[in-house]
Design a protein around this ligand. Structure first.
Ligand SMILES: [Zn+2]
Length: 402
């Protein structure tokens, strides 16, 4: 797709979507009240108001939905276990769009019908499992829809069925490695060649650990339930320049999380998405809470024309502010993974405490890195292997103790 084609399709789809949501959703009719929305272009989209997660919660169950209930084919859910859930409805066309975007990812990663694809995220209201499934099924690959948990069984299936592609949360591979070693199996001897990892921010240092441990190639797959689920918004550049965001399907802005002001390339802020190719609930200027920055809007050296975003660093609600320093759990992970540490916990209260499994002789080096790279001086505690809780889905690394 050329830049000209992308711009044309963006323009056309944005126009259509704005008119469509205005006509079919009371929520957007009220939101756009008094705004000349039919004059809005991708360049002037910042004139429209944001849509927030709180509004989605208040809209439970289907108050923002743009189609009659009879046209909904499924729902997925976002958010934790507490509070009002955020429900995302899909039409048949939305499921197709999900699949199409995921197929782009498969193509970039060179995943084909010959692959054996083991899908370890859960099959349920959380969108992970299904997103991978729709695309893997569409290419007639050998799909193992095993879902979350039971790591020993996951390893057994990898060996017995010759899994070549592993779909997982970013923290799961190192858990698999640990269990494999307990079973006397070298992770590098597992048949897995490629891993599509997402659902939580992961550092380049963690990537190096995973790739060395498994002798496999990893790909970062972003995705937000509110935008249709895993793999819908973009995929990692094969040259690892960042994430290519599918501009023919989403308009991506980065804004100052405090003021909401649109930021320039290279400025870190919160990602705001506008879905321009969805049907049941296309969200306009949705505040995602994800932190990143635009690397480039030019064509990438890999040949992909779509804009490049830096890999997601964290979420606004994960940010830790302590003694004047601001940081994300991924900053801590980056330092620890550099020493080969993959199991850790961050306790945040009146002070910050970092617990890790590993050699206590590393403490002084780690402390120095924390001071130098993050600007904090936490209490650091070394623990025995196996002392911290293990996770088979998204890892919970941060505990707030106030
Ligand atoms: Zn690229």
């Amino acid at each position: 797709m050329s830049r000209k084609e992308i711009e044309e399709i963006k323009q056309k789809r944005l126009r259509h979507t704005l008119k469509y949501v205005y006509e079919s959703s009371e929520f957007y009719r009220r939101k756009f009240n008094g705004i000349d929305f039919d004059k809005i272009t991708p360049e002037t989209i910042s004139k429209l108001p944001f849509t927030t997660k709180q509004e989605l919660r208040d809209a439970y169950p289907l108050k923002i939905c743009c189609v009659p209930k009879g046209r909904i084919v499924r729902i997925q859910m976002s958010g934790g276990t507490t509070g009002q859930p955020v429900i995302v409805p899909y039409t048949r066309r939305d499921v197709e769009q999900w699949k199409e975007m995921m197929l782009r990812a498969f193509e970039i990663a060179g995943i084909t019908q010959k692959d054996v694809i083991q899908i370890t995220p859960a099959f349920g209201l959380w969108n992970g499992g299904f997103g991978f499934h729709f695309a893997a099924d569409a290419i007639n690959a050998f799909v193992i829809p095993i879902g979350a948990g039971n790591t020993r069984n996951q390893i057994r299936f990898m060996i017995d069925f010759g899994t070549t592609v592993l779909c997982a949360t970013a923290s799961y591979p190192m858990r698999i490695a640990e269990v494999a070693e307990e079973l006397g199996i070298k992770p590098a001897e597992l048949p897995v060649e490629k891993m599509l990892l997402g659902a939580e921010p992961w550092s380049d240092e963690m990537r190096n650990r995973i790739e060395e441990t498994f002798e496999a190639r990893t790909y970062d797959i972003p995705g937000l339930t509110e935008m249709g689920g895993v793999g819908t918004v973009g995929f990692e550049c094969p040259l690892r320049r960042g994430l290519h965001m599918w501009e023919d399907n989403y308009i991506v802005e980065v804004v100052d999380p405090k003021t909401g002001e649109v930021l320039d390339e290279g400025e870190e802020g919160e990602i705001v998405y506008t879905a321009i190719n969805r049907e049941a609930m296309p969200l306009i200027r949705y505040r995602s809470g994800e932190i990143s920055e635009i690397v480039s809007k030019e064509r990438c050296e890999c040949g992909i024309e779509h804009m490049t975003l830096r890999r997601i660093k964290g979420r606004t609600d994960d940010m830790i502010i302590h003694s004047g320093a601001k940081f994300y759990p991924s900053d801590v992970e980056r330092i620890l993974a550099g020493y080969g540490i993959t199991q850790y916990k961050i306790e945040v209260g009146s002070k910050v405490r970092v617990l890790f499994e590993g050699d206590s002789r590393l403490i002084s080096k780690i402390a120095k890195d924390f001071r130098e790279f993050i600007g904090i001086n936490p209490e650091i505690v070394a623990l025995q292997k196996g002392a911290l809780e293990r996770f088979e889905g998204k890892a919970k690394r941060v505990v707030r103790t106030w």
